[in-house]
Design a protein around this ligand. Structure first.
Ligand code: MN3
Length: 224
């Protein structure tokens, strides 16, 4: 069911391009589906206000250069250096916000519904020695990011998995990032992602996140 929903999001996103605007994808689960780890109110505000805002504002910024609507969001960010200078920073921030949230929702699932398979476990152990070491490094990337940003598990062009963090709405797709790769997993560490439930306890939010990772989706990305 979840897999179908993710495909549906991708399908709807491609339709939207035909109409010339980026669309806000629906969440692939209900607002309360990630309770008690991520609360319903946070999910509602995060998706309906923050993510919606990035999408609307990106569409507004691109009105001046409507040919850019033809690119899918990944293409827009990978080729950020081709974006006209007067809107480049806005596209970096808003386009990053659109892509990062689109992706973030798809790599989470209700607790217990998309557990880590033996195959996925082996991939992580091959790269990080133990699952605990993998989690510790990811948590460190999430908690040590100063201010707002994202923690990522990426697959480098060499095939090696690596953990990084990015500032603001930057992503590992963008040309200015020193370490680039295909995103496999991410965690939003902006305060709007956790403050209602966890207040300043970003580390507790980061640990709770492990309960709602969609390992089925992460494995699919890691193996294709
Ligand atoms: Mn966010």
């Amino acid at each position: 069911m979840k897999r179908i929903n993710v495909s549906l999001i991708v399908f709807l996103a491609s339709i939207s391009m035909a109409f010339g605007q980026y669309i806000l994808p629906e969440l692939p689960y209900k607002y309360n589906a990630l309770e008690p780890y991520i609360d319903s109110t946070t999910m509602r505000i995060h998706h309906d206000v923050h993510h919606a805002g990035y999408t609307t504002n990106l569409n507004n910024v691109l009105k001046k250069y409507p040919e850019l609507y033809k690119k899918d969001i990944t293409e827009l960010l990978v080729n950020l250096d081709d974006v006209p200078a007067d809107i480049k920073l806005a596209v970096r921030n808003l386009g990053g916000g659109v892509y990062n949230h689109n992706f973030f929702w798809t790599i989470m699932a209700p607790a217990g519904t998309a557990n880590m398979s033996a195959k996925m476990e082996k991939i992580l152990v091959d790269n990080f020695v133990t699952i605990d070491a993998f989690k510790a490094e990811f948590e460190k990337a999430a908690t040590s990011r100063f201010g707002s940003g994202w923690a990522w598990l990426i697959k480098e062009p060499s095939g090696k998995l690596r953990i990084i963090s990015t500032a603001n709405q930057d992503s590992p797709l963008m040309p200015m990032e020193q370490v680039k790769g295909k995103p496999l997993l991410t965690l939003d560490v902006w305060e709007h992602a956790y403050y209602l439930k966890y207040q300043s306890k970003r580390a507790a939010y980061t640990k709770a996140f492990w309960n709602v990772v969609n390992w089925t989706e992460v494995e699919k990305l890691a193996t294709k």
